[in-house]
Design a protein around this ligand. Structure first.
Ligand code: NAP
Length: 244
């Protein structure tokens, strides 16, 4: 019989690692991870997990990774977590001012935060559609809410997350007709201690910088308690809806 399986993509993210640890330590699901850097998954805890490494997130690499997934015939994917996120790196700094907007940085951010998750969704849906309920979580951010934007700034990151939200909303409408077993969730983890938030942590109020373990356990509860309703949900770490 096929084993219920959790699939974690972009699995080298700090939050992804916490999701993976909780999957093998606390849940009954089997685990498959996909990442460019699988070194974290070489520890014995993961010896029963399937680890797929890819060189980049070009569509061809994504298609090849999914072919490897399909080869595991005992696998029944019930939860997917798409964890990609880029806020800063050596050449990208979130913009404080309009004059800091830069085409190359914007392209890099939109590729990581929007195009890559969308390519996973596009190529996974034909494999995941069927009778088994499957919940796909894509990591977003509250700053991607257009109606919640009160302070501006971070142009590229905000726009990339807003675009991801719009893509998920549209995809959910299509899937409500063509793949009714799939539920899409756009998730805001809250400010979480990770390389992504590191440079921006000093102004976070006391008690508002979460551990990745806390966020992972919140997210597992949220996924378990979110129904298949033919719509995309935009939810925060408390499980509360965020206005689009
Ligand atoms: N941490 C926070 O405070 C916070 C707040 C709001 C929203 N979020 C969102 O939560 C998610 C997870 O964040 P995190 O804090 O766990 O991040 P993290 O530890 O910095 O991990 C970054 C992730 O993004 C992937 N990535 C980095 N550059 C990429 C690129 N150029 N193309 C494609 N993928 C790329 C990495 O993939 P590999 O596994 O292949 O290395 C890794 O999975 C992100 O979507 C982030 O935007 C985080």
């Amino acid at each position: 019989m096929a084993t219920p399986t959790t699939l974690i993509i972009g699995a080298n993210s700090e939050i992804a690692k916490a999701l993976a640890l909780q999957t093998v330590q606390e849940n009954n699901n089997a685990l498959i991870v996909i990442t460019r850097d699988a070194s974290f998954y070489h520890q014995p805890l993961f010896h029963n997990s399937k680890v797929i490494t890819l060189a980049d997130y070009q569509e061809q690499s994504i298609v090849e990774a999914i072919e490897l997934l399909k080869a595991s015939t005992e696998t029944l994917v019930t939860n997917v977590f798409i964890c990609h996120g880029l806020l800063h790196n050596k050449h990208v700094t979130p913009e404080k001012r309009l004059q800091a907007f830069d085409v190359d940085s914007f392209t890099e951010v939109i590729n990581a935060n929007t195009v890559t998750p969308m390519l996973w969704l596009k190529n996974l849906v034909p494999y995941l559609s069927g009778k088994q309920v499957c919940k796909i979580v894509t990591f977003s951010a509250r700053v991607g809410s257009i109606s919640d934007n009160k302070i501006g700034g971070w142009y590229s990151y905000r726009a990339s997350k807003a675009a991801t939200n719009m893509l998920l909303k549209s995809a959910a409408i299509e899937l409500s007709r063509t793949a009714k077993n799939i539920k899409l969730i756009s998730f805001h983890p809250g400010t979480t201690d990770s390389p992504l938030s590191k440079p921006f942590q000093k102004n976070v109020p006391e008690g508002k910088l979460f551990t990745s373990e806390f966020v992972a356990s919140q997210l597992f509860n949220i996924v378990a308690n979110t129904d298949l309703d033919g719509e995309a949900s935009f939810l925060d770490w408390k499980g509360e809806s965020i206005p689009w």
